[in-house]
Design a protein around this ligand. Structure first.
Ligand code: GLN
Length: 250
């Protein structure tokens, strides 16, 4: 592959905390390896192309994420792409929208069902740094480096057996399944889970943007998009990223 096509999906409704930076990071890391890489921005109401190489969705406010869920369900393009094995990165509200259902605007809203996850709402907002150790589930099996990000959510997400956490929380809250336990359907199931991995979908509560803070995760998605093993990607030496990680994980 010499051309990489990156989908930036609904940044107008799912794009808090610079999450559109994840697409920029993928594009830049591809270009630094000599690939031609383009971002295809798809806004609310527009059809989602099914033939892109990798898709990114960001976080959003409750009302915005309901609009996103309705559009994604009606369009069907992202579901078809994920079911065809295209890698999808979803952040925060993106994670919730790809799950079975979430609570927003005082009601339960259907998600796309790409992740076996149910999101309820806590009385307390989780805000701050989050760090986790990769579980190496499914397509993330090659991850070896700690994950770092920034979380800000009211949603508490419990994973079902079809999904595996992306990480085990070392600091912060993550999926929020150990806080406000009385409000959760099965609080004992995954005490320290962060994010989810299922099929070709990687989802997380980490903003940051997460791929700027976690270059190994960025390269993993890039390798998936290119259909090659992570080890085949030429390493990149970017000292500022190392400094950022040392500061955030230290
Ligand atoms: N609205 C969702 C929540 O509060 C997601 C927030 C976000 O994407 N940052 O849980």
């Amino acid at each position: 592959m010499t051309e990489l096509h990156i989908g930036l999906i609904l940044p107008d409704v799912l794009g808090t905390y610079g999450d559109d930076g994840n697409a920029l990071v993928l594009r830049q890391r591809a270009r630094m390896r000599g690939l031609t890489a383009e971002i295809h921005t798809v806004r609310l109401g527009e059809a989602i192309p099914t033939g892109l190489d990798v898709y990114t969705l960001g976080g959003g406010e409750d009302t915005a994420q309901i609009l996103a869920a309705e559009h994604l369900a009606a369009d069907g393009g992202l579901t078809r792409a994920a079911e065809a094995g295209r890698p999808v990165l979803a952040i925060c509200a993106g994670l919730q929208v790809l799950g079975e259902s979430f609570r927003a605007g005082g009601r339960v809203v259907d998600g796309l069902g790409l992740i076996d996850a149910t999101t309820t709402s806590l009385g307390k907002r989780a805000i701050g740094e989050v760090a986790s150790t990769p579980t190496k589930a499914g397509l993330t099996s090659a991850l070896t480096e700690p994950l770092t990000g920034f979380e800000n959510h009211m949603g508490a997400t419990v994973l079902g057996p079809g999904a595996t956490p992306l990480g085990v929380v070392d600091r912060g809250v993550g999926n929020c399944d150990r806080h406000g336990a009385e409000e959760l359907p099965d609080a004992s199931a995954q005490i320290t889970a962060e994010g989810a991995v299922q099929g070709s979908v990687v989802a997380t509560y980490m903003h940051g943007p997460v791929l700027a803070r976690n270059p190994q995760l960025a390269d993993l998605l890039l390798a998936q998009a290119m259909g090659i093993p992570l080890a085949d990607l030429e390493p990149l030496d970017i000292p500022v990223v190392d400094r950022l990680r040392a500061e955030r994980l230290g």
